[in-house]
Ligand binder design. Structure first.
Ligand SMILES: NC(=O)c1ccc[n+]([C@@H]2O[C@H](COP(=O)([O-])OP(=O)(O)OC[C@H]3O[C@@H](n4cnc5c(N)ncnc54)[C@H](O)[C@@H]3O)[C@@H](O)[C@H]2O)c1
Length: 408
């Protein structure tokens, strides 16, 4: 592509703001092969605020503000769209843009259900456009180091099993939690199923990078906080999306583990991940493994900085340039915090420019989502499910109501 990529942002909410910052950083680092020419949100004041922020790092052209996607597509000459909307609109916005001949980056989870995800994947295949899932967690240097340490047999030996526990909150003093201002996230039909879909897909995607194809899952999900909203008549409506997901997940390579994710663990929070192999374990504090260390059989410890150094030294020049482009991050050893969004939007821009496959395409996003959906389906059906039967759509009892609502 010889001209600059003409990009639009559709949905100007919280996460789109992080994307906006990342595009600004990329420009500030001198990579000026794209312009954000349009911003679109039915809440026009948000789109206007985005246009103002864009002007801070892109002197011209100014991004035009739209409150309707259709109007933007009819007036604006575009190559690509980056969209972060409520989940039930992902397939609507993405398919409209793909049909209009644009490449699309969609925030995770790919769709509000598996059927919504397939609709997007098939539309991308038919139109020949790029569909990428915005997935930053696997791109952080911590998770990349863990995945390498697990796969690097000389260090950790044959993988055995894993534990991933992220247990926080609640902070409210009362046992039953009133949600005073519910958003689309608390609505099963718009959000798709709460935190296991919303944040869980990050972890599912990361586990896939560690162990390959998932096999079967048995899970219990629940609304342990008994969160509710108060109806206008004063009665309580219990929220139908879980705050807790407890699952036993087995991969096709035979490795199994428990993955627990909850916002309903009163008292002491516990948050860690550990992956055991024949020769030791890769351990990290926190919900995501940002600073993993390696514990050998003899109990000696390879500290996080050293493990990271070994990982980086193991990369070929090409791998290093692909995973941590030096124009963005000349010193990956020093990386902290969220550099994943910058990497993910940079990857998308390069795919649009070079006509190559994104690291996490639509189908990859859908495969990770199928693991999260399998949690909900297994709990709903009270039996183990295979991730394949969820991905194929054979099992969709929990999702059926959502599919029905959106005509999927
Ligand atoms: N990767 C991450 O770490 C991360 C973190 C938070 C959210 N997300 C994802 O980002 C997406 C958005 O979440 P959020 O927290 O930013 O939500 P949000 O509610 O803050 O923003 C959603 C925006 O979409 C806009 N919108 C609604 N209908 C629209 C339409 N028809 N066309 C265009 N825009 C429309 C809303 O007005 C709002 O500004 C979700 O997919 C969510 O899962 C990802």
């Amino acid at each position: 592509m010889s001209e600059k990529i003409r990009l639009a942002l559709v949905g100007c909410g919280g996460m789109a703001g992080a994307h906006l910052e990342a595009y600004g950083e990329i420009k500030r680092k001198g990579l000026d092969f794209f312009d954000i020419v349009g911003v679109c949100d039915p809440a026009e004041d948000r789109a206007r605020e985005f246009a103002r922020r864009i002007a801070g790092f892109q002197a011209s052209p100014a991004a035009t503000v739209y409150s309707s996607l259709e109007e933007m597509l009819s007036k604006e000459r575009l190559h690509a769209v980056d969209t972060g909307s409520p989940h039930h609109l992902h397939h609507v916005i993405a398919c409209t843009c793909l049909e209009a001949g644009l490449d699309v980056l969609v925030e995770k989870p790919l769709g509000v259900t598996v059927r919504a995800g397939w609709k997007m994947v098939r539309t991308a295949e038919r139109t020949g456009r790029i569909l990428a899932t915005a997935e930053q967690v696997r791109r952080w240097i911590g998770p990349r180091t863990v995945a390498w340490a697990i796969r690097h047999g000389e260090l950790s030996g044959r993988p055995r099993f894993f534990l991933a526990h992220s247990c926080h909150g609640p902070k409210e003093p009362q046992v039953e939690v009133e949600v005073k201002s519910p958003t689309w996230r608390q609505d099963k039909l718009q959000g798709g199923g709460g935190m296991i879909i919303d944040g869980g897909v990050h972890y599912a995607d990361f586990l896939i990078t560690c162990y390959g194809e998932p096999d079967t899952l048995f899970a219990t999900c629940g609304n342990f906080n008994r969160s509710y909203v108060t109806r206008p008549d004063g009665s309580r409506l219990l929220l139908d999306c879980p705050d807790t997901a407890i699952g036993h997940l087995r991969f096709k390579n035979g490795v199994a583990g428990t993955w627990v994710w909850t916002g309903a663990s009163p008292g002491r929070p516990t948050s860690f991940t550990v992956h055991y192999g024949d020769e030791g374990s890769v351990y990290a504090e926190g919900g995501y493994p940002m600073m993993p260390e390696f514990h050998r059989r003899d109990r000696s410890v390879l500290p996080a900085e050293d493990l990271r150094r070994q990982y980086l030294a193991s990369l070929s020049e090409d791998e290093r340039a692909r995973l941590f482009p030096p124009q963005l991050f000349p010193d990956p050893q020093s990386l902290r915090g969220d550099h994943g969004v910058e990497l993910e939007v940079h990857d998308f821009l390069c795919c649009v420019r070079d006509r190559r496959r994104p690291e996490v395409d639509g189908l990859d996003g859908l495969k990770a989502q199928a693991v999260s959906e399998a949690y909900l389906e297994s709990s709903y059906l009270n039996r183990s499910v295979s991730v394949e039967e969820v991905l194929s759509g054979k099992v969709r009892a929990y999702q059926e109501e959502i599919d029905g609502r959106w005509g999927l």
